[in-house]
Ligand binder design. Structure first.
Ligand SMILES: Cc1cc2nc3c(=O)[nH]c(=O)nc-3n(C[C@H](O)[C@H](O)[C@H](O)COP(=O)(O)O)c2cc1C
Length: 157
């Protein structure tokens, strides 16, 4: 089975988890990249506004074509306001290319359900598995049990 792990990460936590997920199931990895990224106050304000209005900001062309994969695992930061804007753009643009999907959320507030619900709605299909990880559970720490359940649900190891 061909698997793609695609993720968006600003501070590196979702990226760490994505690399571990990809390593465990032998998947290709791709990062969602904002076209206008930045860590300035203005960039942060802009992302906050994009979250509030559910915007679809421009992203860079992905390196991998999700259509070529049997399963696309989408990794997103946990947020209280739903899916991070760059993830929303990616999923909205490529949802017709997805066969099977699964989601994971890294280290956010206890509102990941909102992220999973919005991803499900935009994808137009239910995830075959979901997985959330808190900071203390990020690699190389004790994330392994939850991640093993996720892998078992997907039958990819
Ligand atoms: C666009 C975006 C929105 C976020 N919103 C929240 C939030 O509403 N509440 C919160 O506690 N953390 C929020 N976070 C922080 C992430 O949950 C946290 O940084 C987590 O480690 C995963 O993000 P990372 O992959 O960028 O490290 C947000 C992060 C991003 C990138």
């Amino acid at each position: 089975m061909k698997i793609l792990v695609v993720y968006f990460s600003r501070n590196g936590h979702t990226a760490r988890m994505a690399k571990e997920v990809a390593r465990r199931c032998g998947a290709d990895l791709d990062a969602i990249q904002e076209r206008d990224s930045g860590a300035t106050g203005w960039a942060r304000w802009r992302v906050g506004w994009q979250m509030l209005v559910r915007a679809n900001p421009p992203i860079l062309q992905p390196r991998r074509n999700p259509r070529r994969y049997d399963l696309v695992i989408i990794g997103a930061p946990g947020t209280r306001l739903g899916v991070a804007p760059a993830v929303r753009t990616y999923v909205s643009q490529y949802r017709d290319c997805f066969n099977r999907v699964a989601f994971f959320c890294a280290e956010g507030p206890d509102a990941d359900e909102r992220v999973f619900a919005e991803l499900t709605r935009i994808c137009g299909k239910s995830p075959e598995a979901i997985f959330r990880v808190r900071r203390k559970g990020l690699p190389p720490a004790a994330h392994k049990d939850g991640l093993t359940d996720f892998m078992n649900d997907l039958r990819v190891e």
